[in-house]
Write a protein that binds this ligand. Structure first.
Ligand SMILES: Cc1cc2nc3c(=O)[nH]c(=O)nc-3n(C[C@H](O)[C@H](O)[C@H](O)COP(=O)(O)OP(=O)(O)OC[C@H]3O[C@@H](n4cnc5c(N)ncnc54)[C@H](O)[C@@H]3O)c2cc1C
Length: 439
């Protein structure tokens, strides 16, 4: 409990992702503090599993959780649905798009990330990023819609109807490519028969020369082997130079006819960072001090993907759910320290490692700060453990998660329901007759 003189302090938290929820959870039950937690959605989304929704392995409701439900037992937490459009650090006031304002004695900014298209022509307009639940269900609709279209008219295959291009060979790109391959080989091959096996192609493109850059050499090789086995074609050392309605163009001049480009090519801070007047660094993220406060803005803190958090040897911590959850909770402790007139502490990250699931039957985990390398089933178990602990930071449905995780490793079931058929439908008549396929 924080010390107080009878007057409650207000804390405004923007963002109900891992960082915002981690912060609010830590402040729950502090009877001297009132928290207003603001998000543009009324739910928390479990981002690490968005690709499972996009590839029909999980239903959207499996990875989204009502913020009000999450805090319904916490009297001092008030959830508000609002899109925050600007921040005034001097008065610690945030203003919503409709003009409503909230002022706190402390402000914690945790508005997360959005895709970075690096000014690639057509990428924002024609590709499918994977950072929100809405984007995941749009992508799922496009994938399922393409199979339906090609099933009705197999001539569309020559127009790239079943070519899927994944941009970015980091964890997001590799995970989605692996899951898409599973969807095609395990599920679509049963439901669409030969069409899926003979016609569907997955291309993974990255400017770098390895898959899963931040992982070890052994993991790069393992990921390459697994994806090759699953039939994914990798194009390394080439950039995507343009995305069009019906193709992507690569920097080596080749084109791939496609109507489904999945963007995992990079992230930057949410747009609110640019509307805060605060100093932005790499990826547009707010430059925080080691204690997560902002220099020259007393009472303002930032956490998670929204901030460049200085780590050991001056290297910022990566944009990870575990960093976000821990930094959000840490910001809460420092807010309480401020209120109590105590010294704030520099953020210390408990590193559990990095991991990725490359589809069914294959996972990579580099566990702990010394990066002990695991592959296959044992890595999958580690992956489940870390994600379950990430989930307990947010909610208590771990049993269901573990049951799914164990099942997902061995089965091909999932909700292949085209429930948003209108959002990602292609008007094939509207497109010009294509040139012969270049790749
Ligand atoms: C596809 C994918 C896979 C990933 N896999 C892993 C993984 O396996 N392991 C791992 O550790 N990490 C993973 N990550 C990274 C991890 O998900 C992020 O680091 C983490 O979600 C960051 O948490 P956050 O709270 O900072 O931001 P977010 O989770 O992005 O939350 C930000 C919140 O702010 C809200 N918001 C944004 N702007 C506004 C605004 N203007 N007004 C109101 N609300 C706003 C958003 O709606 C959102 O709820 C993955 C990320 C992606 C995209």
């Amino acid at each position: 409990m924080s010390e107080h003189n009878g007057q409650k302090k207000n804390v405004v938290v923007v963002g109900g992702g891992f960082a915002g929820v981690g912060c609010a959870r830590k402040l729950a039950g502090e009877d001297a503090v009132r928290v207003t937690l603001i998000d543009r959605n009324n739910y928390h989304q479990f981002q690490p599993l968005l690709y499972q929704v996009a590839t029909s392995q999980l239903a959207p409701s499996d990875i989204a959780y009502s913020l009000r439900k999450l805090f319904r037992g916490d009297e001092n937490i008030d959830v508000k649905l609002a899109e925050i459009a600007s921040v005034d650090p001097a008065t610690r006031t945030v203003t919503a798009a409709d003009g409503q304002t909230w002022t706190g004695d402390a402000l914690v900014l945790a508005a997360g990330s959005r895709p970075n298209f690096f000014r690639t022509p057509g990428a924002e307009e024609h590709s499918f990023p994977l950072y929100t639940l809405d984007q995941a269900t749009r992508l799922r609709s496009r994938i399922l819609g393409l199979f339906e279209d090609a099933d009705r008219n197999p001539d569309l295959v020559a127009r790239g109807a079943l070519n899927f291009v994944v941009v970015g060979a980091g964890a997001t790109g590799v995970e989605v490519a692996g899951a898409l391959a599973d969807l095609i080989h395990d599920t679509m091959s049963v439901e669409y028969r030969d069409l899926a096996v003979t016609a569907a192609r997955i291309h993974l493109v990255d400017l770098g020369h390895v898959l899963l850059g931040p992982f070890s050499e052994g993991s790069h090789e393992y990921a390459a082997k697994v994806l090759q086995r699953k039939g994914v074609r990798t194009h390394l050392g080439v950039a995507v130079s343009a995305v069009r309605q019906d193709e992507v163009e690569l920097s080596d001049g080749t084109t791939i006819p496609t109507h489904c480009v999945i963007w995992g090519g990079g992230i930057q801070a949410g747009e609110l960072a640019g509307a805060s007047g605060l100093v932005q660094g790499r990826g547009g993220r707010l430059e925080v001090l080691p204690d997560l406060s902002l220099d020259g803005a007393p009472g303002v803190h930032a956490a998670g993907d929204f901030a460049n958090i200085p780590g050991p040897e001056g290297v910022a911590y990566p944009q990870l759910g575990s960093v976000a959850l821990q930094s959000g909770a840490w910001a809460a402790d420092n807010v309480l320290a401020d209120f109590a007139g105590k010294q704030r502490k520099p953020f210390h990250y408990k590193d559990k490692g990095i991991m990725a699931m490359i589809g069914r039957g294959a996972a990579i985990a580099e566990v702990g700060p010394h990066r002990h390398e695991l592959h296959g089933h044992i890595a999958h178990t580690a992956w489940l453990g870390v994600h379950a602990s990430l989930m307990t930071g947010v909610r208590n449905r771990v049993d269901a998660f573990l049951a799914w995780g164990t099942d997902a490793f061995s089965s091909g079931r999932g909700p292949q329901v085209l429930d948003r058929s209108d959002v990602a439908r292609i008007d094939w008549e509207d497109e010009e007759t294509p040139e012969p396929a270049a790749v």
